[in-house]
Ligand binder design. Sequence first.
Ligand code: SME
Length: 150
Amino acid sequence: MEFPIRKKLKSILGNKDQPVDARLEQVCLLLQKSNPAYDWVGFYFADVEKKELHLGPFAGAPTDHTVIPFGKGICGQVAESSENFVVPDVEAQDNYIACGIDVRSEIVVPLFVGGQNIGQIDIDSHTPDAFGEADERLLEMVNFEVAKIL
Ligand code: SME
């Protein structure tokens, strides 16, 4: 399936006049604008030695959670599982790090480079149960394209 957003994404990512972080920030902004339920969109990248995730480019409100240990929160769990994590109701999760009181649901999709889980894309929504399979496929495609420039 070809996503209409894919062309824009490729043009942003292919713009070698911009540093990689600037391109990734534009990707976050593009996604945020593409769906009213995407309130916060950001990348975390793994420091494998320290077993930590570090916040990368993002769009939305600044977060205090710029460093997340592997295993902690939804993001930290995905760092270890390497599997998509869709959370319809964040309040039902024990191992969850709140990034804002308005957040109701979340999706985290791992980012692979050369088969290694090197980070993830994370989207928070103020809408309950905002994410489904279409969002998973979209974010897998985004990460696949992002991986090519990392
Ligand atoms: N909620 C995430 C933390 C990151 S913020 O959503 C930006 C978690 O539980 O890992």
